[in-house]
Design a protein around this ligand. Structure first.
Ligand SMILES: Nc1ncnc2c1ncn2[C@@H]1O[C@H](COP(=O)(O)OP(=O)(O)O)[C@@H](O)[C@H]1O
Ligand SMILES: [Mg+2]
Length: 239
């Protein structure tokens, strides 16, 4: 297996505010990897530094063995990286179809329409409503739209930031199942999740962040079965 992402000693933040203090993290091609950790520990910031929208200070960020820390967002997207942000990830005043078009507005119309069809095949619930405004969607449907829009660029590597936040348990598992299906189609997954148990149950490996550092990493199964980690991070106190 080869590493699609290989990060070593990453320091980053926002302007002069350092948030990440030396993160080592890798993702093998085809893997499903989950990052968990308490609020404010730098999970979103890490994803944003990878995607070039927060500040990179130091450390190497290799994507398919190439340094990408100086790449523009459009270069990252054109080379197969897509990002689904935690918030504001759809345009409520546009229709579902228009939102999907925004996912590939530099593509030739025919290619774009084919890709929208493929995205709708993946999320058939959206197909019946393509002309409705995104504002009319439920929270779970909005997340599905945000993910399907990210698919329009035909990513090889998908970064997702808390796609199940604030959703009902039913939608939470539907979304994680969908992401697992995307992995089965060959897309490598790196996801930040507050619903640690659910996401780790589909993951190969996990990372636990605290205070801008990796405090633990290992096989997802081992993390799920570790009683100490369970108590602190997965909310499964034994009482
Ligand atoms: N745009 C920003 N400018 C300055 N600090 C920020 C910004 N966004 C987030 N932070 C701070 O960075 C820290 C890590 O935030 P974040 O990466 O969003 O945490 P997590 O995703 O793990 O909850 C927090 O202290 C947060 O207040
Ligand atoms: Mg976050």
């Amino acid at each position: 297996m080869s590493r699609i992402l290989d990060v070593k000693g990453l320091e980053g933040g926002y302007g002069t505010v350092q948030i990440l203090h030396g993160i080592d993290l890798y993702v093998e091609e085809g893997e499903f990897v989950t990052i968990i950790g308490p609020n404010g520990c730098g999970k979103s910031t890490f994803i944003k530094v990878i995607f070039g929208i927060a500040t990179h200070y130091n450390g190497s960020v290799l994507y398919n063995n190439e340094t990408i820390s100086n790449w523009r967002t459009d270069q990252l997207v054109n080379n197969g990286i897509a990002y689904v942000p935690q918030v504001d990830n759809v345009f409520p005043s546009l229709s579902i179809f228009e939102n999907l078009q925004m996912g590939g507005n530099s593509l030739p119309t025919k290619v774009l329409n084919d890709r929208i069809e493929e995205a709708l095949d993946m999320f058939p619930d959206l197909r019946t409503r393509v002309h409705d405004l995104a504002a009319s969607l439920s929270g779970g449907e909005r997340q599905m739209l945000a993910i399907s829009r990210a698919l329009i660029s035909k990513p090889k590597f998908l970064l997702l930031d808390e796609p199940t936040a604030a959703l009902s348990p039913l939608y939470q598992s539907q979304i994680i199942d969908k992401i697992d299906e995307l992995r089965d189609t060959g897309i490598t997954i790196l996801i930040v999740e507050q619903n640690a148990r659910l996401s780790l149950s589909k993951s190969d490996r996990g990372y636990i962040f605290a205070n801008g550092k990796v405090v633990h990493t290992g096989d997802a199964k081992d993390i799920l079965n570790d009683p100490e980690i369970g108590e602190y991070f997965l909310g499964n106190k034994s009482d």
